[in-house]
Design a protein around this ligand. Structure first.
Ligand SMILES: [Mn+2]
Length: 424
């Protein structure tokens, strides 16, 4: 299904008066308003193909109605999200869950919906029915060369699918690790991983990148071979300039200062991008901004400052992507909320008075530094985001519009109540 623009416009019309009042109120205090709005207009966050259905847990999965049954329908769902928020113009595919049967046709559909293909993700954390060797004891780090070769070939195949669709990056997350002390030789596992990645790296097209994701634990509970940003950074450094570190917000131990990690990776030119989600305990994959929006703001504060220091384009020089799972919400609503939370944090970071902050830092004026940061954080920037969306032809309030236009009901009518999307 595709949303008609006139329906969105009609809905906007009902909200317009209130919006204008709110917008003028916040805009009055924004320096360089035009720059802020144009940056918000340009900012997009990729939607992962596995997040359009209901996520499962170890214990159960409760499907919603009208879930996409095919890659085409997943694209259509991203098209709906993008039509509403004008900030989700790409999809990140997961292979083998979403192998395109006909790359040209899929690409044409994406273009028609105003979408393109973000990073492609490989999967060597599950066994597929057709594969010869099991990944029970790991993939790229495996002690058996034949298992490593199989995993390497899979990644090369994923790059091939990505090339057909116009992707420019391979995203690698490995569950490789050990469950018990003594199970693994850490150096051997790391060395095998490096050599496997080097082989994959060697097949990357010139304009491609490889993003190395880390995670401290789960599914393995004693060690993970790429367990933290240091290990990922070390691999990325040894691999070369096309390799960098991908930060998934849920892949840290409690209390980790993620904004500091981000700042240093960015300084070294090794920050690939993000998998956004939120968490309270572990890799909870909750809606972005639902638990700790202040941390998200602090991350964006480092990003904006660090990217400006390197003259980077905020919208395109880093990979922005959601990696979340929705167990009890409508996935499209959840994704709209996540994109909105990211844009709020980004807009607030744009409002930080950087000159004043720098002066406060140089004077060791700790209280003033906090005041400056929190003045930006406590600004209600939603009308700025709504204004950017409006100017791009999107909805002033994407979730309200989604509900008003009865999108889920239409999807259920079209696809049925008992559909199950491929994915986690
Ligand atoms: Mn991730």
């Amino acid at each position: 299904m595709q949303l008609e623009k006139y329906a969105i416009d009609e809905h906007n019309h009902q909200l317009l008066k209130n919006h204008q009042r709110n917008f003028e109120h916040v805009a009055a205090d924004v320096k360089e308003l035009d720059t802020v709005i144009s940056k918000l207009k340009a900012f997009n966050i990729a939607i992962p193909s596995w997040a359009l259905g209901t996520g499962g847990t170890r214990f159960g999965r409760f499907s919603g109605g009208g879930e996409p049954r095919s890659l085409e329908e997943k694209l259509e769902d991203v098209g709906v999200i993008h039509a509403l928020n004008r900030s989700s113009n790409s999809i990140s595919l997961h292979i083998p869950w979403d192998i395109p049967d006909n790359a040209q046709a899929i690409k044409a559909l994406a273009t028609q919906l105003g979408l393109h293909f973000d990073a492609v993700n490989s999967n060597t954390f599950q066994d597929q029915a057709s594969q010869k060797h099991s990944y029970k004891f790991g993939s790229l780090h495996h002690v058996d060369k034949e298992v490593r070769q199989q995993a390497i070939q899979h990644n090369i195949e994923v790059i091939k699918y990505g090339v057909e669709l116009g992707s420019k990056a391979l995203s690698v997350w490995l569950s490789d690790g050990s469950n018990f002390p003594g199970q693994l030789n850490f150096r051997g596992a790391f060395q095998n991983t490096l050599e496997s990645l080097q082989e994959i790296y060697g097949t990357l097209p010139n304009d491609w990148k490889v993003w190395v994701e880390y995670k401290p634990y789960e599914p393995n509970f004693y060690s993970t071979t790429i367990g933290d940003w240091g290990q990922s950074y070390l691999l990325a450094s040894k691999l070369g300039p096309k390799a960098s570190t991908l930060v998934d917000l849920g892949h840290h131990l409690n209390g980790t200062n993620i904004e500091q990690i981000v700042s240093i990776l960015l300084m070294e030119g090794k920050l690939a991008g993000f998998h956004f989600n939120d968490s309270k305990y572990g890799d909870d994959d909750l809606t972005v901004g639902s638990i700790n929006p202040y941390q998200l703001f602090l991350i964006f504060n480092e990003l904006v400052e660090g990217m400006d220091a390197r003259n980077m384009n905020h919208a395109t020089d880093i990979g922005w992507m959601i990696d979340a799972s929705h167990n009890v919400k409508d996935p499209i609503e959840d994704l709209l909320q996540s994109v909105q939370a990211i844009k709020i944090a980004y807009a607030q970071a744009l409002l930080v008075d950087k000159k004043a902050l720098q002066a406060a830092q140089l004077n060791n004026d700790v209280a003033l530094a906090q005041e400056i940061l929190q003045a930006a954080y406590r600004t209600d920037v939603r009308p700025l985001i709504a204004q950017a969306s409006l100017l791009m032809g999107g909805a002033l309030d994407p979730i309200k519009a989604y509900r008003k236009l009865n999108v889920r009901d239409s999807l259920i009518k079209e696809r049925g109540v008992n559909t199950v999307a491929t994915g986690l």
